[in-house]
Design a protein around this ligand. Sequence first.
Ligand SMILES: [Zn+2]
Length: 388
Amino acid sequence: MNNLNKFLLALWGISLALLFIVVATVDQDKTIIVAEGQMNIEEPIPSPTINIEYDIKDKNEPISEREQQAPKESIRLAMAGDILLHLRLAKYNDFTSSFSAVTQMMQSYDFLIANQESPPVGNEYPLSGYPLFSSPPHIIRDIQHAGVDLVTIANNHIIDQGENGMRTVFNNLEDYHMPYVGAYKNEDDRSTQRIMEIGSIKIGLLAYTYGTNGLYLPQESPFLINYIDEAKIKADVEELKQSVDVVAVSMHWGSEYVYEANDNQKHYADILNEAGADIIFGTHPHVLQPYDKLINEQGQETHIFYSLGNFFSTIITIPNTMIGGIASLEITKEGDWITIDEPELYATSVLLDADGIYRVYPLKDVEQRSVKNLQWVKQIMGQHVTVY
Ligand SMILES: [Zn+2]
């Protein structure tokens, strides 16, 4: 090989090397661009988990595909926890002031349910608190003015004043035109499905209680209490499901003052999920319990708020019972397609003000005065629900 050939060979080698470097650089650039793209996509998500990705897909992708085909309608369904008036509260002549700090929020929901735990029978029975409650009927008027659209009366205190007390409960609810679910005047009333039509969205409501503190209505009583019963729940949900877009069930269950769902609650959550219930709002423990979502093999999703805590009550010996909340979910309908999403808990705190009145406040506004703060509530509720 002469010098010229050696030179050409060297030049060819250098060219090859340069080409390789250029290609490598371009490839590297591409990789960086892709990586930046991924970062941009992921940036708004605080902690990317499988569940959060699922939510985003569920909410954005299928909706945008269907958007041209059907008009879209969204509503927010909500439920507040226990309204249980101890004697010091039962004596109030007017509850407007007690709810004034949360009234705007209560009225912002398209439909708000509450658990009226203490029977509103004070026009017929002396006012009383624990253990056999008798509350003034104007509690119904005032929660209605504040934004409550329907009460569940399937709970362990509703027959505290016996069968005649139950008659007064129904009379007073009817006088104030307050719809109810979970206890019934007779078989006809029980077989009348509670279907709420909000815009084009039909929501069917059911409510059950684990018991009534060992009190029972007489055998011959026309009144009926919806006790938790596997076969009845399955039949009710399956039948109601045929007429509505969404089945929401209030369950009065769980262990008092415990911050987690027990095995019994989880068992019935599975039963409700299998039967086709879409939403479960739990009450009774007097404290908050987590949010969870079940999905069965057929793809039936069930959103569960295991316990909403107390909304308006004064179990002052157990201060954490002063913290509760309003749970809500967004229900979207496009054509026949229903999406339920965006679980939220609006945390609340009952406080005794300097004027001697107990009032419900948004917890975020009174963290300094409250027994617990929002961070504490977030830890109980879990990471898959927005708490504010
Ligand atoms: Zn209860």
